[in-house]
Design a protein around this ligand. Structure first.
Ligand SMILES: Nc1ncnc2c1ncn2[C@@H]1O[C@H](COP(=O)(O)OP(=O)(O)O)[C@@H](O)[C@H]1O
Ligand SMILES: [Mg+2]
Length: 215
C-alpha cells in the first residue's frame, strides 16, 4: 500500500520517515490497532478511530473497522478543500487505515461560550436545524427555547455561517460535527473541527443501528 505524503515542513524528515515506515508496515498486518498500540502513545478514542499522540503537534488516527476507514477517507477528501476551520491532515494511507492530523487542544462548552459569547447548546441546535432545512431533510425540532436576539446573534456569526455552508456544500450530517467532542482549539485560539468525516449515509446507518439513541 502506497503512503501519500503531503508537504509539511514541521515534521523533521527522518523522524517523519521513521513514523511513515512503521505505519507502512502496518498495512501488511491484520490487527493494525494492536500493532499501533505497541508502538505509539494512546491519546483518546471515538466511535470509529483510536487516536495516538505523535509528539506535541500531531495525532495519528487509526480506523477500528471498515466504518472507521470510510470516515478517515472522507476526512482526507474534505481536508483537501482547505476549509480554514478543519484540522489539517498531513499524511495518510490510500485504504484509509490511518491518517496523521494536526493536534489541537480540546474544547469544552464554557470555553466555546467564552470564545463566541453565545451558548453552545443554542448554537448546536441552530446549526443542525439550518442544515437539515437547507438540505430538505426532516427539519430538526428545536425543543429548547432560544430567544430571537440570541438566534440572530448566532446566525449572523461568521463561524456559524461557515459551518452551515460546509455541511450543506458537502451534504454532511451536522450532528456529529457540532458535538463539542468534535471541536477543538488551534494555537491561535480559533475554534476548529477535528472530527468531520461522517457522511449523512453513514450517520443514518449508525442511527438506525441505535448507536446514538436519538438526540
Ligand atoms: N486533531 C486532533 N487533535 C486533538 N485531539 C484529537 C484530534 N482528533 C481526534 N482527537 C481526539 O480523539 C478523540 C476521537 O477522535 P475523533 O476524530 O472524534 O474520532 P471518531 O471519528 O472515532 O469519533 C476526540 O474526541 C479527541 O479527543
Ligand atoms: Mg468523534
Amino acid at each position: 500500500m502506497q503512503t501519500q505524503k503531503i508537504d509539511n515542513p514541521l515534521i523533521l524528515s527522518d523522524k517523519r520517515r521513521k513514523i511513515l515506515d512503521t505505519l507502512s508496515e502496518m498495512n501488511e498486518v491484520v490487527d493494525s490497532d494492536d500493532y499501533v498500540s505497541r508502538r505509539f502513545t494512546f491519546y483518546d478514542s471515538g466511535a470509529f478511530r483510536n487516536v495516538y499522540k505523535l509528539g506535541r503537534n500531531y495525532v495519528l488516527k487509526v480506523a477500528i473497522d471498515e466504518d472507521g476507514r470510510e470516515h478517515n477517507l472522507h476526512e482526507i477528501e474534505l481536508s483537501k478543500k482547505n476549509y480554514y476551520f478543519l484540522t489539517k491532515i498531513y499524511d495518510y494511507t490510500e485504504n484509509g487505515n490511518w491518517l496523521i492530523a494536526e493536534k489541537v487542544a480540546k474544547l469544552d462548552r464554557p470555553q466555546f461560550c467564552n470564545v463566541f459569547n453565545f451558548h453552545y447548546y443554542a448554537w448546536e441546535k441552530i446549526v443542525i436545524y439550518e442544515v437539515d432545512t437547507k438540505l430538505n431533510r426532516v427539519p430538526y425540532e428545536i425543543r429548547t427555547p432560544i430567544s430571537t436576539i440570541e438566534k440572530k446573534k448566532i446566525l449572523s456569526h461568521k463561524f456559524t455561517k461557515d459551518i452551515i455552508n460546509f455541511c450543506v456544500e458537502n451534504k454532511l450530517a451536522p450532528r456529529d460535527i457540532v458535538k463539542v467532542s468534535s471541536l477543538g482549539m488551534k494555537k491561535n485560539r480559533e475554534v476548529c473541527v477535528i472530527d468531520y468525516g461522517l457522511t449523512y449515509k453513514e450517520y443514518i446507518k449508525i442511527n438506525e443501528e441505535g448507536m446514538y439513541g436519538g438526540d
